[in-house]
Design a protein around this ligand. Structure first.
Ligand SMILES: Cc1ncc(COP(=O)(O)O)c(C=O)c1O
Length: 468
């Protein structure tokens, strides 16, 4: 305890030292290595500290032992997975969320619940979804949001035929069919968690040369299915090709077959295509979804973790995820987020989003999205014209998939060499049977100079290959 009270007495010193570490890290983000070559320098076997060293000394250890081994994923050339950085406003909001340390379960005596509601309203506005028809919750990520979609959708499907899955379990609804063309890996995981089964999906064909749902195949399979309860998973921007399903056609089919439509705003960021006037047509029909998954910690560039779940059936979500006990029943009016997701206790994760949206507005986020899409186009154009590279697919949004001419093994080795430069970070993918590199532009800091570094680094490696 002694250290804690000493620390409280020296809080200014601790916060100043913390601020300096954070400042140096964030300021250095443009040039810091985007991969860490060797994390084995971290001493995993250190014994448990008995008395502790106090925070100033522990902070120094973070500086010495941890910071040098980080991959600077907030940097502008970390193009792996779909990784947003952290805007200054979001960082400030996140710090304050920790300092405030509210348990954001509901409206009891604190404004956290109203702030979250406002964030959900603003997200609806950004995605051009009607507020108050859609409502929702912030989650730990798109994986959690997809789980909410499956569970809520299954409950609704059951209720249409008089079966209460929430009360009686999945076993009460044996006739439940899930249809999907390109479900994200997290969705497959969630199908297992929800007791549906990873393989228990009716696979829909994709349109030739794309990852988008073949509407005719979906129509056929919905008609052929004798399941009494049906859930269709659609994508708004698949994680590889960033293909968008024809959501209007899928919504029509769902209406005709009494199916729930869950849109995994695949890559969990496609929803914000709504902010780019040149791409808003891609999400036509999104407003007809029953439930929608998205993420804040990707394209909205707020720190981990922040997922988004929206639904037009908030009452069903609240039924499935209600946590009732007399000691929790305060009877306070307002949104009880404890009843809207897996966690009971929850971080005040609305605050970083609130601060970032307040600080930068719709235009600020639209700017990130437009720039990142343009950067993906520019890289794709460069790849397409390069004699040693193949573009695997023209990007629809912000992801470029490409590879060097040659076999998969050579490309795997090249990917390792690309990432070993520590100047850019790409992740692997397989597209139409070919191994490729995936560059996902989702960082607010990425600029023209970064694209130049990406191109020159790739060029140098390709010339080295010739020399070898
Ligand atoms: C479509 C889609 N769904 C879900 C996820 C999982 O998101 P999270 O890591 O936030 O759980 C991702 C991540 O890339 C995604 O692209």
């Amino acid at each position: 305890m002694a250290h804690m009270f000493d620390d409280l007495a020296h809080l200014d010193d601790i916060l100043d030292a913390t601020r300096k570490i954070a400042r140096d890290y964030v300021r250095g983000g443009d040039d810091a290595p985007v991969t860490c070559r060797d994390i084995s320098a971290f001493d995993l076997e250190r014994p448990l500290p008995n008395t502790g060293t106090g925070t100033m000394s522990a902070l120094q250890r973070i500086k010495d032992d941890i910071v040098p081994l980080l991959a600077c994923s907030i940097g502008p050339r970390y193009l792996g997975f779909v990784t947003g950085g952290t805007t200054p406003a979001a960082l400030a909001g996140d710090w304050l969320a920790s300092a405030i340390d509210q348990n954001a379960t509901g409206p009891e005596g604190s404004v956290t619940s109203s702030v979250e509601q406002q964030v959900i309203n603003w997200i609806c506005d950004m995605a051009r979804l009607p507020r108050h028809i859609f409502d929702g919750t912030l989650t730990t990520g798109a994986t959690a949001s997809n789980l909410l979609g499956i569970v809520t959708g299954r409950q609704w499907c059951g209720e249409q035929i008089g079966i209460d899955v929430d009360d009686n379990g999945a076993v009460a609804l044996p006739s439940f069919a899930v249809f999907a063309a390109t479900p994200h890996a997290s969705m497959v995981k969630d199908l297992s968690v929800a007791g549906v089964g990873r393989n228990n999906v009716i696979k829909i064909a994709t349109l030739p040369g794309t990852e988008a749902t073949d509407i005719a195949d979906l129509a056929r399979k919905l008609s052929q299915s004798d399941a009494k309860a049906k859930l269709v998973i659609a994508s708004a921007g698949t994680v590889n090709a960033t293909d968008f399903d024809d959501l209007v056609a899928i919504a029509d089919l769902c209406a005709a077959h009494g199916a729930w439509l869950h849109v995994d705003v695949d890559a969990a960021f496609g929803m914000f295509a709504a902010l780019d006037d040149r791409r808003v047509h891609l999400i036509a029909g999104l407003e007809r979804a029953d439930s929608i998954t998205s993420d804040g910690h990707k394209w909205l560039n707020v720190p981990y973790d922040c997922g988004i779940f929206l639904t037009r059936h908030i009452g069903i979500l609240e039924k499935c995820f209600r946590a009732f006990a007399p000691y929790l029943d305060t009877g306070t009016a307002g949104n009880h987020y404890i009843n809207r997701g897996v966690e009971n206790s929850r971080r005040f994760r609305a605050l970083p989003l609130w601060l970032a949206i307040e600080a930068y507005g719709r235009d600020g986020f639209a700017g990130i999205i437009r720039r990142n899409c343009d950067q993906a186009c520019d890289l794709a154009n460069w790849v397409a014209q390069h004699p040693k590279l193949d573009l695997l697919r023209t990007p629809q949004l912000n992801v470029v998939m490409f590879c060097a001419k040659g076999n998969d093994a050579a490309n795997r080795a090249l990917l390792n060499r690309i990432n070993a430069t520590q100047k850019l970070f790409l992740t692997p993918t397989v597209y139409e049977g070919r191994f490729g590199f995936r560059a996902a532009f989702s960082n607010w800091r990425t600029g023209a100079n970064d694209l130049a570094i990406v191109v020159s680094t790739l060029e140098a490696l390709l010339s080295d290959q010739d020399d070898a």
